[in-house]
Design a protein around this ligand. Structure first.
Ligand code: PMP
Ligand code: GLN
Length: 387
């Protein structure tokens, strides 16, 4: 038989699936894959169910239900002061994953370079390569994950079509500061490029505000901003994403969406529209609850001997394993601790491409979007194991 797609054939199964399978096999507490262990708002589930019974079961409009596009535009205004046309500047997708694929497809032609800040969510590089774009990874380094300005400047050139920016950033819990965003915006402007902004964790910020790159001067016309109902409403299985982009970009992104999935489940769109129309208090409480759990886990990890790195947003906290493992690398550490201590996490090296230099091997990522009792039990197991 002729070979299948060489890139996909060579790709391993995602680290999240691998580690979740290992957690199940060894009955470990899964602080690996990032999903909450409690349900999102019950009234949104009711709205989704009612919409199914209501005959909302045929194709939704290509760019999304009007009520959801209006709600997305409303949130842009309410949270960031961005004035957005719901009819021409919003596209609803089947998760942020599809939104990323649609934006990348819309912006790049084969051979175009796209700068990716690492550690990077694991779907960025494979998808860029799949469409023939050339990823140019620029690595942030622990323990402070600050923006490597020189390396970033050096990476930009005339072939740079876009930068893919994830803030708040998975896996390192970093929220980019205004100064860092201004620096990035300067380069985007200088090289006449675009920014694909993965902002799925926009509402999960703790000590620092989330600032969309799109709100900076001259960035409105160059940015695509991606959100996800999975993260904002704790329904990661729903896979509803939304893109905000200026209309000339949105038009082409819609063509990508048309050829990827065409439309997205209408009942879930209806529920997410209601969710986005919730008041600020809802999003504030979501972040507060997560912040408490971050603190609980961070304190526990310190007691066990992990070096805990700063975390201002997302579901994730990263930790240095140097005090607990001599020569062992992060992947082997994660496997050993899953099997022997019954707690699962994700190796940070999985977010780094060797083309950007040797990946760091002394850091692991823990998800704290779990019930306090579950986090406490995980800490208890780790303490018992390491002491
Ligand atoms: N981007 C990042 C940084 C993520 O962590 C995730 C989480 N899965 C996604 C995109 C994908 O989001 P969705 O589940 O809405 O496709
Ligand atoms: N975004 C989630 C994480 O980083 C996982 C999503 C997935 O399993 N593909 O853990």
């Amino acid at each position: 038989m002729k070979p299948l797609n060489t890139l996909l054939s060579a790709l391993p199964t995602t680290i999240f699936t691998q580690m979740s399978a290992l957690a199940r096999e060894y009955d470990a507490i899964n602080l690996g894959q990032g999903f909450p262990d409690t349900e999102g708002p019950a009234e949104l589930v009711e709205i989704a169910c009612a919409a199914l019974r209501d005959g909302r079961n045929q194709y939704a409009p290509l760019t999304g239900l009007p009520e959801l596009r209006e709600a997305v535009a409303g949130c842009n205004q309410r949270f960031y002061g961005l004035s957005v046309d719901p009819n021409r500047e919003v596209i609803v997708t089947s998760g942020a994953t599809e939104a990323l694929a649609a934006c990348i497809s819309a912006v790049t032609s084969p051979g175009d370079e796209v700068i990716v800040l690492e550690p990077a969510y694991d779907t960025y590089l494979p998808f860029l390569r799949l469409v023939g774009a050339v990823p140019v990874p620029v690595r942030l380094s622990p323990p402070d994950w600050s923006l490597p300005r020189e390396a970033l400047s050096a990476a930009f050139n005339e072939r740079t079509k876009a930068i893919l920016l994830n803030s708040p950033m998975n896996p390192c819990g970093k929220v980019f500061t205004t100064e860092e965003l201004e620096f990035i915006a300067g380069l985007v402007r200088k090289y006449d490029s675009f920014a694909i902004c993965d902002e799925v964790y926009e509402h999960l910020v703790f000590d620092a505000p989330h600032i969309p790159l799109m709100t900076l001067p001259d960035m409105r016309e160059r940015c695509m901003r991606i959100g996800s109902a999975g993260k904002s409403f704790s329904f990661t299985g729903w896979k509803i994403g939304y893109i905000t982009a200026p209309s000339p970009l949105a038009e082409v992104i819609a063509k990508a969406h048309q050829n990827l999935t065409f439309a997205t489940a209408p009942n879930l769109q209806r529920a997410v529209a209601a969710g986005l129309n919730k008041g600020e208090a809802f999003f504030g409480e979501l972040a507060e609850g997560l912040c408490e759990r971050r603190d609980l886990l961070a304190a526990g990890l310190r007691k066990c001997g992990f070096g805990v790195l700063p975390c201002n947003g997302t579901y994730f906290i990263t930790a240095d394993i140097s005090g607990l493992a001599d020569e062992e690398d992060d992947l082997s550490f994660c496997r050993r601790v899953t099997i022997e201590a019954g707690v699962t996490m994700i190796p940070v090296s999985a977010f780094c491409d060797p083309s950007a230099g040797t990946p760091p091997t002394r850091y692991v990522r823990f998800a704290f979007c779990k019930q306090p009792a579950v986090l406490s039990e995980a800490i208890r197991r780790l303490e018992a194991y390491f002491h």
